[in-house]
Write a protein that binds this ligand. Structure first.
Ligand code: G3H
Ligand code: 13P
Ligand code: ZN
Length: 333
């Protein structure tokens, strides 16, 4: 058993309390490789923003959980080397799907875990979440739970609406489970195709898809039931059109990719939403930069020559999110 405290990580408790009070959100960036992690730490250190490093099931399968966990330990040392005296870095399990996995991550040094029981019947979600919370709190590890189902792109519009988190359930869920934060469903979804074209309108000037707004009425109703309780938004990439265009004009094929407009994420950050999950935008930044470099320099075969620019592009993206969207810059001096 290694405590996250021994490796200089922090849990989310104080971080979220400050963010809810201060009307900003903490960025939760997924990482799968060294370049992403370097870019995240450089961006957080430069802006002095608290940051959550998230590890998903896909990341564990791709890069190995143990290796990723040691990379996160290295990230704390790297942050200090960059001049960030007191880095506020959380190592978080994204979409944990079992008690055993959460327990294993806690023993390895994660400071926060998500137990995602959102696909289970309500009572089973409560029971599983409660069990994880009981174990995690013994080690002062914080737990994110989920209620409501994030819409899949193939879902019908009516089905999507019925998957929104039900405000009438949140008090019971949080009280029974003792979770530290709650991921809710208000219209976001994972990936680069968050809405079907028929759910959107078209901007007459640009011809680009304009997605429907998030269900802020549902968020407001939840906030009213749980004043000051930390709320989490998954699926919050904005799918920047410039990256989609670079990818598509350099041999890629991402037709009608659409994300959550930044203005809506700014609005959410000012509310009780204190953690915003972003993964797809980083994938798009990396892919756009790699495609562009390889198209311009077809003779290049040194990975550092195309992964380097990709890392720079991701860092630019992370700084933009921190400074211009979530408002977390300067909150971890
Ligand atoms: O929750 C979704 C994240 O973007 C992680 O996705 O499982 O493909 O790594 P992944
Ligand atoms: P995006 O696919 O919108 O980046 O969401 C990532 C996420 O929610 C990770 O848990
Ligand atoms: Zn997610």
């Amino acid at each position: 058993m290694v405590s996250y405290k021994e490796i200089g990580l922090v849990n989310t408790r104080a971080m979220f309390a400050k963010a809810v009070k201060g009307g900003y959100a903490i960025p939760a960036f997924n990482f799968n490789n060294m370049e992403q992690l370097q870019a995240i730490i450089q961006a957080a250190a430069e802006t002095k923003s608290p940051v959550i490093l998230q590890i998903s099931k896909g990341a564990r399968n791709y890069a190995n959980q143990t290796l990723l966990r040691y990379m996160a330990e290295g990230a704390v040392a790297y942050a200090k080397e960059l001049g960030w005296k007191r880095p506020q870095i959380v190592l978080h399990l994204d979409h944990g799907d079992s008690y055993e996995l959460c327990k294993n991550c806690i023993q390895m040094g994660f400071s926060s875990v998500m137990i995602d029981g959102s696909a289970l019947p309500y009572d089973e979600n409560v029971a599983l979440t409660k069990k994880v919370v009981r174990y995690a709190h013994r080690y002062d590890v914080t737990v994110e739970a989920e209620l409501g189902v994030l819409a899949g792109v193939e879902d019908e519009v009516s089905a999507e609406e019925s998957h929104y988190t039900k405000p009438e359930e949140v008090i019971d869920f949080v009280t029974k489970t003792g979770c530290d934060s709650l991921a809710i469903s208000i219209g976001t979804s994972h990936g680069a195709y968050k809405f079907k074209p028929e759910q959107c309108t078209r901007d007459p000037k640009t011809g680009k898809l304009v997605p429907p707004p998030l269900a802020f009425d549902v968020l407001k109703a939840i906030e009213k039931k749980l004043p000051g309780f930390p709320i989490v938004l998954h699926g919050s990439s904005s799918v920047p059109q410039e990256y989609v265009d670079i990818i598509n004009s350099n041999g890629g094929k991402l037709p009608d990719a659409v994300g959550i407009p930044e203005e809506q994420l700014r609005k959410a950050s000012r509310s009780a939403v204190c953690k915003i999950n972003i993964d797809s935008d980083s994938r798009l930044a990396l892919t756009a930069a790699v495609r562009k470099t390889l198209a311009e320099k077809p003779a290049e075969f040194d990975p550092r020559k195309y992964l380097g620019p990709a890392r720079d592009e991701m860092k630019k993206l992370y700084i933009h999110k921190i400074v211009k969207v979530l408002g977390s810059a300067g909150k971890a001096k």
